[in-house]
Write a new protein. Sequence first.
Length: 190
Amino acid sequence: MKRKAKVVIFSAPSGAGKTTLVHRLMEKVPGLSFSVSATSRAPRKGEKNGVDYYFLTVEEFKKKIDEGAFIEWEEVYPGQYYGTLASEVERLANEGKTVVFDVDVLGGINIKRIFGDNALAIFVKPPSPEVLEQRLKKRSTEDEESLKKRLARAKKELEYEKEFDKVIINDDLECAVKEVVETVTGFLEK
């Protein structure tokens, strides 16, 4: 990165509501810009390339890894890669924006290590494992096997919450939004 811009990182187990919180934050706080991640998974219904993710084939993703195009990346599930493109972050930082990341837990930890004190790392936690399971089922994007994988991964990811600057329990959406806005605004004003 050419300049030491502030960044905000959101990480959570799948289904905890981080993406909803990010969208609400973006509506309420000016000067933020969303870093679109890359993935090798197929788009879900309604997702758009370059808006929700940069959708790449596994081969394209691996080529970009070899080229050093990512500031961080991970094979989240076998054959399913996610990563943050350095070009995306540089573009937003050069526009003078505060970059907001919506990334998996290990990606969030890695980005925090890169940006240090210039990063606010927020861990979004579901109120309970049972609520998380209900949310994932309600999304109707998982079959039984992938649901089990996501829940097992979520259990492991919850162990990393202490690595983050702030933990927000997403029990009541409006309360969580208010807490996110206050936390991010306070960080940006420092």
